[in-house]
Design a protein. Sequence first.
Length: 554
Amino acid sequence: MAFLTANNGPQAGRRYELDRPESVLGRHPECDVVIDVGAVSRYHCKVIGDGARFAVEDLNSRNGTFVNERVIAGRTLLEHGNLVRVCDVVFTFHDREQPPSSSDDSSFRAVMVDDESSDSGGSTIMSKLDVRSSINGPMLAASAEAKLSALIEITRSLSNTLSLDTVLPEVLDSLFRIFVQADRGFVGMLDANGVLIPRWTKLRRESSDDTIRVSRTIAKTVMETKEAILSADAASDVRFEMSQSIADFRIRSMMCAPLVDSDHNAFGILQIDTLDQRQRFREDDLELLVSAAAQASFAINNARMHEDSLRQRGIERDLQLAREVQKGFLPQEAPNLADYTFYSYYQAANHIGGDYYDYVPLPNGNLAVIVADVVGHGVAAAMLMAKLSAESRYCLASESDPAVAVTKLNRRLCQLKLNRFVTFVLAVINPSTHEVTLVNAGHMAPILRHVDGTVEDPGQKQAGIPLGIVDDFEYTRSSITLQKSELLVLYTDGLDEAANIKGEQYSIDRMREGVKAGDGTPEGTGKALIADIRAHILGCPQDDDMCLVALRRD
């Protein structure tokens, strides 16, 4: 089976099977190969293959895709051993498995392993680790002056770095200059789920061992106690007698230190080890590693916050664009219908929302007024709202009977199998007869204000279930005739369910009282209702989208 291996970057050494017709590489979490680097596009490139031949194709990325350091245009066939570069992250393409005895692949990776056997109290033993004294012997450690110089260098080099992809290799490079006996180094960091994952590794020289196993027990102990540990002779250390990672790789001496943020929370580890029995680490090496880890923690934390800030700004830009797009689905102005006045209000709880309203001119000269609420809010609700907008217009244009149109709309939404429902109310105005046909799909009934100030809820008895639940549900209609100066108000539950600091909802009764007490005009009544609701929830965040449409026959 063909696969990619990451040569560097956050997932250095990781293998990605190319077992699908298309494997997408990019920064988006849904990609098959996620590259969490700011310069990488969300969907950067993809590898296409049929099991025998494979090609890579750039997906209009910002910084391009390279094969053997040549930027590609269109699809480029891949051959065994080709290097695919996405920004600074390089992958090697393999069209076949390497023979088990092969040692020409110098890729190097780190994996987390569980050391404890089923009958071992390994975790308990590891939690009691203390620093052991070094054993006298010939040492090839750097001089004190060289170590001090290297420590100053790591401080200087990391102080101006704001990218994790630069910070992490700089940390290991500096440690290898400080500890000349180190053979391998590893940086592990907690992911969003609190799992420690390898982020960067370093190997001083080529080796047939292409994997470093990092003990979960050691890592857990170091992070929980926030204490660095040293083993001068890890292979014979009774504390590590159950550690398969140490036995397998002949580690003679190792040091591990926690990475700690400004709130004293451990977010990762630094580990270095040596395979040479003559070059064991000593207690003063551990003290130096702790100092280096403190500097590294500061630099890594700054880089993380910087990248989080850049990512958040990118999300804010995307949401702002989505908000502008969503505005395009909503009416830009009130309809110009003789003898009628309209007012509308729309405010999403977040950048974008799931409430929806529209004015749809019909082929027969009538005007359809829609108010709907997609369950939930945010991006998912907004995407369904966009679909609802297009489907509503199609169904109303293709069916003259409003009830049949809503029935058809429900069937089309059910076919999407989204497991989401939509409450929906439709009012079709006949400007000649002033008859208003109502179809209600699980929504609050409109509020009708008569000339004498009394109010009622027309069409409530004929209301059906929300859209998107039962595909063969048949909706029915009701009708009213608007008299001069009568007002009809349609709204979503973000208004009547708006809760104050005590958890008390505004309520439908207060909505009805507000319409009754209003001045009878769409704008005056609408603005008074919104102002009263805002006063009701003063000091509380808006937790649902708000939408209101008021219309009156003049």
